[in-house]
Design a protein around this ligand. Structure first.
Ligand code: GDP
Ligand code: MG
Length: 159
């Protein structure tokens, strides 16, 4: 039940100066950060990360968005980490995302607006959506030696 999930703070989060406040949300819920880096993805890397989306109408805008600046990628570890991280992140469309979620609190973009402009939904953050995708995404973004096992106080009081 202890899982790892890949989280990416997209270029909008980095350029808006929200790195610290968003990472705090994960620490506050007791997630353990086991790897972290800043990376400026290129178009080829975007296609590998978003391989399930490359054929979709919004992909061009999504690629332009993800390569426009550096991102922060990190791996969190926790109980049902994939599901609990997606809950914290909120719905894909910030307009619909519940208050209290990262997308609901820090953005308000809509599908209608972004599709009309031909840009990706600016929703600050990516999080793996399944155990299988988490494993593949972590392997794509991190080498084995960039991930760490250590003890936190949460293992006594939260886990
Ligand atoms: P996520 O898992 O919640 O990030 O959503 P998806 O995996 O379905 O989509 C990946 C990313 O593509 C989203 O986070 C958005 O930035 C963007 N996106 C998804 N669907 C749409 C869409 O219908 N229109 C536009 N413009 N962007 C989209
Ligand atoms: Mg997704």
């Amino acid at each position: 039940m202890i899982e790892r999930s890949l989280v990416i703070l997209k270029p909008d989060a980095v350029q808006r100066g929200l790195i610290g406040v968003i990472i705090s949300r994960f620490e506050n819920m007791g997630m353990k950060v086991v790897g972290m880096k800043m990376k400026w993805a290129d178009r080829d890397f975007s296609k590998r990360h978003y391989k399930d989306h490359v054929e979709k109408a919004f992909y061009k805008g999504l690629e332009d968005f993800i390569v426009e600046g550096p991102v922060i990628a990190f791996v969190v570890e926790g109980i049902h980490a994939i599901e609990t991280t997606r809950k914290l992140v909120g719905s894909t469309e910030p307009k619909q995302a519940a208050p209290g979620t990262i997308r609901g609190d820090f953005a308000h973009h809509s599908y209608a607006y972004s599709d009309k402009k031909g840009i990706a939904i600016k929703n600050l953050i990516h999080a793996s959506d399944s155990v299988e995708n988490a494993q593949k995404e972590i392997e794509l973004w991190f080498d084995k030696e960039e991930l760490h096992s250590y003890k936190t106080v949460h293992e006594k009081h939260v886990f």
